[in-house]
Design a protein around this ligand. Sequence first.
Ligand code: ZN
Length: 354
Amino acid sequence: MKAVRFHEHGGLDKLIYEDVPDPTPAVGEILVKVGACALNHADIRRRTGEGPLPHILGLDTAGEVVALGDGATSLKVGDRVMIYPGVSCGNCEYCDAGQHNWCADFEMIGRRINGGYAEYVVAPANNARPIPKGMSYIEAATFPICITTAWRNLHTKGRVRPGDLVLIPGAGSGVSVYAIQIAKASGAVVFTTTSTEEKMSKARDLGADHVINYKTDDVVKVVRELTDGRGMDLVIDHVGEATWEQSLGSLRKGGRMVSLGATTGTHYPLDIRAFYPSEVAIMASGSHTRSDFNNGMRLVDQGRVKPVVDSVFPLKEAPQATRRLERGEQFGKIVLSVSESSEVTPATKSRPGT
Ligand code: ZN
């Protein structure tokens, strides 16, 4: 099969479009003909970081089941599925409790296991979920990691309630485009930030109630003005170093912040004494479970959360697609089309409400 693979860690030039042996499904696994695979920041960290080589990236896959391993009886050949990438031992204290993300063997398809930048991928049958009716592979591939992460942080960790004021910095990221929609579907009042007029307009189209331009405005000041000085009940921060100060500064007394990523940097000097009086809670969230995935996808099945495709590139243009992600130019998900039409949509097109 054709795949985009890298044989050493480094820059975009390490991503090679080449012939690779077809994978075969083991016991309990399915072989999926990849329709489309979405990009994530984790792909960049994996390529520039560490892990076994050679490697095929791709955490977010959608495609057609073309073969079944022994015991994979829950699906049939021809099923259109999307793949949740988390895998674990299935037989430990945490796996038994539904917390397979805490399993010592927790791993993700696309991280240390070969992923979806390829014509075929194997996955445990249990990780597959039918694609909602009428949805393309390209649209379906936008969901697994980001809808799962958004659900976990708003609900499993953040305990969002109707009427909560919620700040989601960085409206255009894959997690944010789904967090904004899930928060709205949950009855929250959504504040978000972004950097251009065009992205501000797209954030409003997704349902955000207040969109702040962080380039031209002081986010904490605007949040205080808009809430009569009160601040946010909940902040979902996946940006890290660049936003921790504004995220903590935006919380109301007793507010909650969930920290789930650090794409801009990993260190923040916390003044512990200044932190006591407001009695805020900081929660960490570094992984997710299959039930987070299923809960998030239920809103998609109900039509309450829509796919947000930023742009589509053919598989062999994975380096160009990744450059767009590295530059932060996207609004929504950047997707590689594999077997599905490789027609490239306009690079800035997002599709909320379609
Ligand atoms: Zn386990």
